[in-house]
Design a protein around this ligand. Sequence first.
Ligand SMILES: C[S@@+](CC[C@H](N)C(=O)[O-])C[C@H]1O[C@@H](n2cnc3c(N)ncnc32)[C@H](O)[C@@H]1O
Length: 224
Amino acid sequence: MRVEEATSQTQKRYDRQAGLFDFWEAPVEALAFKRLRKRLWSEVRGERILEVGVGTGKNLPHHPEGSRSVAVDLSPRMLRRAARKAGRLGRDLDLVLADAQRLPFRDGVFDAAAATFVFCSVPDPVLGLGEVRRVVRQDGGLHLMEHVRSRTPVAGRLMDWTNPLWVRVSGANINRDTVGNVERAGFELDGVESRMFGILKLIRGKVLQTGGAAPEAVSDVAHG
Ligand SMILES: C[S@@+](CC[C@H](N)C(=O)[O-])C[C@H]1O[C@@H](n2cnc3c(N)ncnc32)[C@H](O)[C@@H]1O
């Protein structure tokens, strides 16, 4: 499947889920994710912050005080919910309908970028992460929270087998090597914390060198 087609499907899947997204995720959010979001965002530094795949805006309360954030998402319905949340929180930020694989920003304009549970569903994650690297300045940081493929052989294989179903139902791939993808996109790894038996990762990256062409995309769209 071509990236354009997969991106359009991803958009439709998240548009469809937007209304009930917070409701379905409430239990796991309360049990674990809320605390981990706070932890992830406590390390985000800078004035100009980019959040990729803002969804319904669950990270908005954690954006650094005084920062001028820009948040993008592929799904108009998700973005509308994020706008309402921003209004309720009194957050002044720019919400932009955009594809992570083709960001509408100039090179090096952000001090840092963050995303939570996004690069599991971006059809070409290396292309998307390469774009993020392009728009973050030299020495700027990348902060991700992502679920990844288990390194336990049986669990990993189970994830591979059931992945097409997960993609169809939720839009997310459960068997990605996002730590590897961060490096493939040209970031320097600056730390990885593992949670939940290694399938949840808090990933810190750094832009050591800016400019140049985005690294060749390693599309895994064909894998579902
Ligand atoms: C699982 S949700 C996570 C939302 C939010 N970050 C959170 O932690 O609750 C994934 C989000 O990524 C967005 N997304 C997926 N592919 C994208 C892309 N190529 N560009 C921008 N956003 C994308 C989806 O529309 C969706 O809102």
